[in-house]
Design a protein around this ligand. Sequence first.
Ligand code: ADP
Ligand code: TRP
Length: 321
Amino acid sequence: MRVLSGIQPTGRFHWGNYFGAIRQYIDLQHGNEAYYFIANLHALTTVRDPKVLQQNTLDAALDLLALGLDPAKAALFVQSDVPEVTELTWLLMSITPMGLLERCHSYKDKAARGIAADAGLFTYPVLMSADILIYDSEVVPVGADQIQHIEVARDIAGSFNHLFGETFVLPKYKVLESSAKVPGLDGEKMSKSYSNTIELFEPVGPARKKIMRITTDSRPMEDPKPDYENDHLYQLFSLFATEAERQEMAALYLRGNFGYGTVKKALADAAEKFFAEARAKREALAANPAQVAEILREGAARARKKAREVLDRAKKACGIS
Ligand code: ADP
Ligand code: TRP
């Protein structure tokens, strides 16, 4: 299968990004032809400081490689290093109905809040469609919030094929249901926009302090808590714990007579252990920027080869060549 996904470098990755998205990418590099890219063109719709965008892009590459993305298996590259994508975007834009984009929540949500959107945000799903279609992608692993955009890519591909003959492969999305929503410090969905995140490679001390601040209810310590599965602290612990540790924790909730501080400490320990190897790997990579640059260059060269082929096919189909 040909698998593709992209992730925006809009800040440091957090637990929600890992369990909701990144972990799937890494799993899917095995036994598939995989392409993963850092969506810096999409990030430009929100990040307006060039130094920050550059730094975020490098950080994203370091994080992905540290977490196990293997450049020998998957092509890892920066979106803008494949300029064929922006050229295809125009071909697709020319056949995309305004109504289709007006229905997309990326734009609609902002408009509903009275925030003025620019054309980049409005046409964001078309650039994303080009990202997907240009590699003949069959499967696109994404977080649940991105499903609508994959449907847009399918719609646009279908219209193009209908107008100009079979050109694009219709992609399918793949969502990891079990981790659809990783809760943040306050129990709401973990998100940069809510300032309730714990970053993957945040220094251990500050991360522990944040964990200690996770909100909890005020039921007496002695009470049994049979609804433990709804407790966001328990949910977070479950992400990192082994099955045996999870069962032990569930038993504690059922029994009562424990303080949430105990759970927080167990969570901090489990999370630290979970990311320890990746943290060490990230430090080694960060000390070797030339190696990272070479990985991205090589990834872009592989991606461009495929992109060129599909772009030529699309141009020929619609009479631009
Ligand atoms: P943020 O909400 O912090 O800005 P993004 O929107 O950049 O995060 O998310 C990038 C990817 O990570 C998306 O595919 C998204 O679905 C996934 N993701 C982000 N936060 C969570 C979460 N709390 N739970 C599950 N998946 C998440
Ligand atoms: N819009 C996606 C997000 O915010 C990132 C992205 C850009 C993407 N292009 C893509 C994801 C193509 C999958 C396929 O998460």
